[in-house]
Design a protein around this ligand. Structure first.
Ligand code: SF4
Ligand code: SF4
Length: 66
């Protein structure tokens, strides 16, 4: 089965939290403010809003087999 997932490019991420704010699927968790965001399992729909809005190009979204 195929599904969407997002991956953080940690070297580029500043922890700004914009991706967390824009993801309507709550597929991006930020348990600690200004720390690195973390994926929430099975929540990403591949809408690409986080990719569009991350100012540092720190997110990749891919369809992959689950
Ligand atoms: S928007 Fe980009 S830089 Fe900001 S927390 Fe998300 S991935 Fe990191
Ligand atoms: S692609 Fe869309 S659903 Fe997936 S993490 Fe980014 S904003 Fe959320």
């Amino acid at each position: 089965m195929m599904g969407w997932n997002w991956k953080l490019l940690e070297n580029f991420c500043t922890g700004c939290g914009i991706c967390f704010d824009v993801c309507l699927q709550e597929a991006i968790a930020m348990p600690i403010e200004f720390a690195l965001p973390e994926p929430v399992a099975d929540a990403c729909t591949g809408c690409l809003d986080c990719v569009d809005e991350c100012p540092f190009d720190a997110i990749e979204v891919k369809e992959e087999s689950l």
